[in-house]
Write a protein that binds this ligand. Structure first.
Ligand code: SAH
Length: 622
């Protein structure tokens, strides 16, 4: 889970406190005198031979974050000579030796410290202490706002804008490009204004005290302007490039950069380069995109030939079979919408440099995020936060988006963090939930789709995977990770004893998606095969008879005294457990929130405990 995290302590108590992080992938660093304690605890560790201050100096750039179990004063003294600036400093986190609090000390936003703090506190069962002002207001931090969408930070007075937000002053957001999803998930009472100056109704709106531009335009802010301003650059610009064979990399770079400058477009907003497939091996171009870490999209001449462009050329057509390379490729890469071309073909040559370059720029509707999206299919257990695995908790806290049935989203609310996009949909809309999750993951976001219990047992995991298959998914993009949860049958079993100690099965009585004949056949087989059975979806307002049929089938093969557990709202405040038997089970309330466990021929109710013998004590097993 933690790939580049160093955990550091100088005391045995600290070592015990940090030990669980080591299991999650953090690297433990200790002084040689601590080795015996580390060995006694069975930990793998690395030692530093120098002083801790010296070690830190060497390790500073090798890790994304450092967790200390040390006095915070000592940590501050240790790190202060090493701090440079907010953008490049690693996350610094302090844990108190009794593991009650995890403090995000430094590098909270851009160093990812606040997120790490939440994850570590989940693992240690501690309280996260996050002191950033935006966090307290439930807002995304302005200096990390665009990260999920792959936006690039531009220039501006970031401290000034953050401070205006922290003081809940009106902050004007001028968004000209990029996803607006973040706007729809802000807490009530935020102080952002979404409008443009020309529409500003000066009478009714308070004057903004700061301004955020989200745009591909490069704005130059006066150093002492009255308003603090910042700019985020969504990567929406596709640069169409054509060039003579063997053109210098420097000329390509100059052509692109000067064209952007002339048209006041931010180089940070460039998504990538588009060209003709013949140019896929053009050395200067390849070197330049590699340096910039941009994608190079190459199109066939026949794809480009059908695009309407303002500056077609017959000469080019004769040479490569399309009247336009730069303009047509830019338009195709940007999604082909009418009017997406922002800069017509420019030809750039320079004396003393080899070759010639044509450049055109088009703007896409959706930003290029540079990320493969990810779907985390997460089981959140029966209801209580204590019953969720740490890995599932981390996946939820880390996700850019959390999607689920509104009730389950409310059950996991403490795991959510400010700035996350939360979409709770009604219970009936499973398909819409799956489709929405896939749509957002395809945009490059990490999406946690939550199901109660286990996500792969009558849950969302199957639905999402089926939907991906229907979309001709390649198995890799978006990435998928399935995180298990405690299913209702395990929760129910835990509340009554050990009913599932021999071969068992689960049968859902819902005939919404499964024909009733199939369910009947499976009930008969389970009853005849002496399986212990867990019945899911046993009864609803409109489905009352299935459970009667099930009981009757089991009575044909097992005695009326066979124990039956009726477990309702497990691990939730209104939990209700009834231990009854096959003969009497229908005298008690059963509904959609209930899981029913029917024992096998050997199961017994002993002093109010439901026990199915495994066979160790054969005289008890009859
Ligand atoms: N994925 C879930 C099952 C969803 S199907 C899981 O693995 O548990 C819905 C059915 O699950 C309900 O009708 C009920 O039978 C059962 N169920 C889910 N949560 C429950 C809970 N907290 N208590 C009792 N039964 C539950």
């Amino acid at each position: 889970m933690f790939t580049k995290l160093a955990a550091i302590t100088t005391t045995p108590a600290g070592l015990r406190c940090l030990a669980p992080l080591y299991d999650a992938g953090a690297q433990l660093w200790i002084a040689p005198k601590m080795e015996p304690t580390a060995q006694a605890l069975g930990l793998t560790y690395q030692t530093y031979d120098t002083s801790l201050a010296e070690y830190l100096k060497d390790a500073w750039n090798s890790y994304d974050g450092f967790v200390f179990c040390l006095a915070s004063g000592a940590v501050i003294r240790l790190i202060s000579p090493l701090l440079t600036n907010k953008t490049s400093d690693p996350a610094i986190i302090v844990v108190d030796p009794s593991s009650q609090f995890v403090i995000s000390l430094c590098g909270g936003h851009q160093g990812g410290g606040d997120r790490l703090t939440r994850r570590i506190s989940q693992i240690l069962g501690a309280q996260p202490v996050v002191t950033g002002a935006a966090n307290a207001l439930g807002l995304p931090a302005i200096d990390t706002l665009g990260e999920p969408f792959g936006w690039v930070k531009g220039s501006g007075d970031w401290l000034g804008v953050s401070s205006a937000i922290a003081h809940q002053q009106p902050v004007q957001i001028l968004q000209e490009a990029g996803s607006e999803l973040w706007q729809k998930h802000l807490p009530a009472g935020h102080s952002f204004q979404f409008n443009f100056p020309e529409f500003e109704d000066r009478e009714s709106q308070p004057k903004p005290q700061a301004r955020v531009w989200i745009s591909p335009t490069q704005r130059t802010f006066a150093p002492n302007s009255e308003l603090p301003r910042v700019q985020w650059h969504p990567r929406v610009l596709w640069i169409g490039v054509g060039c003579e064979r063997g053109t210098d990399e420097a000329l390509i770079a100059q052509a692109i950069e000067s064209t952007c400058r002339q048209h006041h477009l931010a180089i940070e907003s460039v998504a990538g380069i588009a060209t003709l497939d013949l140019k896929a091996d053009e050395l200067g171009l390849l070197k330049y995109v590699e340096k910039r870490n941009w994608p190079l999209r190459c199109f066939e001449a026949k794809t480009l030939a059908v695009i309407q462009v303002p500056t077609p050329s017959d000469v080019v057509n004769q040479e490569v079979g399309t009247q336009s390379v730069a303009e047509a490729a830019a338009i195709v890469a940007a999604g082909g919408e009418a009017n997406c071309l922002r800069v017509k073909k420019q030809v750039v040559k320079q004396t003393g440099m080899k070759g010639a370059v044509t450049v055109a720029i088009a703007q896409a509707k959706h930003e290029y995020t540079g990320r493969i999206g990810k779907l985390c299919l997460v089981g959140t257990g029966p209801g209580s936060l204590n019953q969720i695995t740490p890995a599932a908790k981390a996946a939820i806290t880390d996700a850019d988006v959390v999607i689920g049935y509104a009730l389950y989203v409310s059950l996991i609310r403490p795991l959510l963090r400010p700035g996350q996009i939360i979409e709770g949909l009604p219970i009936t809309q499973e398909r819409q939930r799956a489709e929405r999750a896939i749509e957002l993951a395809k945009q490059g976001l990490t999406v946690a789709v939550i199901s109660s219990g286990d996500c792969g047992i009558y849950g969302m995991a199957g639905l999402v995977l089926e939907q991906l298959r229907a979309d001709n998914w390649d198995g890799k993009t978006p990435a998928v990770q399935v995180l298990p949860g405690v299913s209702a049958l395990q929760s129910a079993a835990s509340r009554v004893g050990a009913p599932l100690m021999h071969d068992f099965c689960a049968i859902s009585l819902s005939n919404l998606l499964t024909p009733w004949e199939v369910i009947q056949r499976r009930l008969r087989s389970a009853a005849e095969g002496d399986f212990i059975v867990a019945l899911y979806n046993p009864k609803s307002q409109t489905r009352q008879d299935q459970i009667v049929f099930a009981r009757d089938v089991f009575l044909q093969h097992r005695s009326a005294e066979t124990p039956v557990a009726l477990a309702r709202s497990l691990y939730r405040p209104d939990e209700q457990i009834t231990l009854t038997n096959l003969g009497d089970m229908l005298k008690h309330p059963i509904d959609m929130l209930t899981t029913v466990i029917i024992g096998n021929r050997s199961s017994r109710n002993y002093q109010g405990w439901f026990i199915t013998p495994r066979g160790y004590l054969s005289d008890l097993a009859e």
